[in-house]
Design a protein around this ligand. Structure first.
Ligand SMILES: [Zn+2]
Length: 130
């Protein structure tokens, strides 16, 4: 029966195919010497007063320019103060920006940052990437 098998050739294991990274030329280990700039998100909460921030459009440190408007909340607060008899102070909601809707803009380029609305659950925050 040995004549059926004949002399056996030495077994040579085939080399495994290259990995995907080797095939496309990407090293397996990341180059630890490189630094990658990852943007840091700094949320800025906009209130009824101007805030210090960096404008994402003109990339300048600025204090936001605000524009305030009366809203239903302003009128209802004034009416409530009038009805309960606080006659000297029922006009105060028209004097303070806390009771008004406030829009924040960049004083240099006019970029719109966001809006503060009184009693809103979203307190007018925005994020920049500096
Ligand atoms: Zn700007």
């Amino acid at each position: 029966m040995d004549y059926l098998l004949g002399p056996s050739a030495p077994f040579i294991a085939p080399s495994p195919p290259p990995t995907y990274n080797e095939a496309i030329g990407v090293p397996d280990e990341p180059d630890m010497g490189e630094c990658i700039d990852i943007p840091v998100i700094n949320p800025v909460f906009l209130g009824c007063d101007p805030v210090q921030t960096v404008c994402p459009q003109c990339i300048q440190p600025v204090e936001t320019e605000i524009r305030s408007f009366n809203t239903k909340f302003t009128h209802i607060t004034a009416l409530t103060l009038f009805i309960i008899g606080c006659l000297p102070c029922f006009l105060l909601p028209y004097c303070f920006s806390y009771f008004k809707k406030t829009l924040h803009y960049c004083p240099i380029c006019g970029y719109y940052f966001g809006t503060y609305t009184p009693l809103s659950t979203d307190q007018g925050s925005y994020s920049n990437y500096f």
